[in-house]
Design a protein. Structure first.
Length: 292
């Protein structure tokens, strides 16, 4: 589907509107952010639409939820419920942005499992959306159980998040320190969580790793920004490329090889020659041309 977002949408009474993964551009006209209650569009990088009320923005930097793509942070939730019942729930970031929505589980065994990929520093909550609440819930991240308790009928939301002492804990959302900066639960923290999810929580804690050095370079850049968009994360990946490449350069220089490295301005085009040409265009696509 392509074209401009029609202005007439504002006159419609909708509960849900999803237009992501299309070639639709323009301004999503909704101003009442409770109508529709679910609004999704390509408002991340590369930004195709402007959407003030979107509950979920899609783009190439949107972090994976597919288990097969998960480097770490596999969250497994186990529900104990009555056989034959259906469990309906959504999973939200603490910022109320939908992470996984409209999940429906048919209880066919005593235990019903649901797994997804999250950042080790995320703060989330599960919201039950029908009138049925399971009578027991347990949750584990990468096999480590951090929540295991009975639920009451009134428990419609279960909150849990990053703990500075126990990795993950119920009713917790601790500040996360990255190099010399501390990030509370905020828009900046949301982007930092995305960064952690795309690299490695444990490598970021190793001050001798390329990931740590690249993160510290990113933090210096990130902390002086005033507009927070996920496209800023490319600064980290370029920094990581730089530190990893410099190690290769150091080793090859010992053997008489000469490699030129060019990193151009952050606003338009990045060109690195290592001995491959890596072109990072404004469209954020990566194209590799082997040197002839």
């Amino acid at each position: 589907m392509s074209g401009q977002v029609p202005k007439e949408l504002i006159h419609l009474e909708l509960t849900e509107f999803k237009v992501q993964s299309n070639n639709v551009t323009g301004i999503v006209p909704f101003r009442n952010c409770s109508n529709p209650s679910i609004l999704e569009a390509d408002c991340d990088s590369p930004q195709k639409v402007i959407c003030e009320c979107c509950t979920n923005c899609f783009g190439i930097f949107k972090t994976p939820t597919n288990i097969d793509e998960c480097l770490e942070g596999v969250l497994e939730v186990v529900f104990n419920a009555d056989l034959g019942r259906e469990i309906h729930f959504d999973i939200y970031y603490s910022s109320n942005e939908a992470m996984v929505d409209e999940v429906s589980l048919q209880v066919k065994d005593v235990n019903s499992f649901f797994s997804f990929c999250m950042s080790m520093t995320d703060c989330l909550y599960i919201k039950f959306t029908n009138n049925y609440t399971p009578f027991h819930l347990s949750a584990a991240i990468d096999g480590t159980v951090f929540l295991d308790r009975d639920l009451n009928e009134g428990d419609k939301e279960i909150h849990f998040g990053y703990s500075s002492t126990e990795i993950m804990k119920e009713n917790t959302c601790d500040a996360f320190q990255l190099c010399n900066s501390v990030y509370q639960n905020s828009t900046k923290r949301y982007l930092v969580n995305n960064l952690v999810k795309r690299t490695s929580y444990y490598k970021l804690a190793e001050d001798t790793s390329h990931e740590y050095n690249a993160t510290c370079a990113f933090v210096k850049f990130f902390d002086v920004q005033t507009i927070y968009k996920s496209e800023l994360l490319q600064h980290y990946f370029l920094s990581l490329l730089y530190f990893a490449t410099m190690e290769i350069i150091g080793k090859r220089m010992l053997y008489g090889f000469q490699i030129n490295l060019f990193v151009c301005g952050m606003e338009s085009m990045y060109v690195c020659k290592i001995p491959h040409y890596l072109h990072f265009y404004n469209q954020r696509h990566l194209q590799i041309k082997k040197e002839q």
